[in-house]
Design a protein around this ligand. Structure first.
Ligand code: GRF
Length: 202
């Protein structure tokens, strides 16, 4: 049975879907949820699911990334994770940290990578006049939002869409994609998953 640590910064809706999916014949189980913000709404949701939680507050390290990551690493190692899932975790990790977890750390990003790495992905897709948008689960490497793609889901962009409209329509796709990728990845299979496109205009 693979041990999964989930890192969050906010509400944790992806974390909840990942945790709820890891039951019965799933090859993995959640062992800890760690947040970099003590006010992250996902901490209470994890506790309600009976998952141990921890906080490593990046603000306590005065922008010293290495010091923050040293404590994050020590906290993770207490739980001996086989796999780490970044789920709405908004801290950029250094190459040294990602190298330590190379090949076993995943992230979900709200764009069709390699398009729109970084922030404000919904607004950028609209500004570019794209016809479709989506989300990507990828392995984490030293370069931000750049590692091997393990899954993607697409949505159609509709006339009059705002960034909030896209975010709201994309989140349910994230909640389908990430658990599906984790189940396959935890079984040792890196074959990418591409979900059928949602919301195409008739
Ligand atoms: C998601 O849209 C995810 O793609 C992005 O941050 C959002 C987090 O949502 N990285 P939640 O905290 O999982 O609800």
């Amino acid at each position: 049975m693979k041990r999964v640590a989930i890192l969050i910064s906010g509400g944790g809706s992806n974390m909840v879907k990942l945790a709820e999916s890891m039951t019965t014949d799933h090859p993995a189980r959640p062992v800890v949820v760690i947040a970099n913000d003590p006010n992250a709404g996902g901490l209470a949701k994890a506790a309600d699911l009976g998952i141990p939680t921890a906080v490593v507050d990046h603000r306590e390290f005065n922008k010293d990334r290495n010091a923050f990551e040293a404590v994050l690493h020590a906290t993770l190692e207490e739980y001996q994770p086989d796999i780490i899932c970044l789920a709405g975790f908004m801290r950029i990790l250094t190459g040294g940290f990602t190298a330590h977890y190379a090949g076993r750390m995943l992230n979900i990003h709200p764009s069709l990578l390699p398009k729109y790495k970084g922030l404000h992905t919904h607004a950028r897709a609209l500004e570019a006049g794209d016809a479709e948008h989506g989300c990507t689960v990828h392995e984490v490497t030293a370069d931000l939002d750049d590692g091997p793609v393990l899954g993607q889901a697409r949505i159609a962009i509709q006339r009059g869409d705002t960034p909030d409209d896209l975010a709201a329509r994309l989140l349910p796709m994230e909640h389908q994609l990430y658990p599906a990728v984790l189940r396959r990845f935890a079984a040792g299979d890196r074959t990418p998953i591409f979900l059928p496109k949602a919301g195409a205009m008739p």
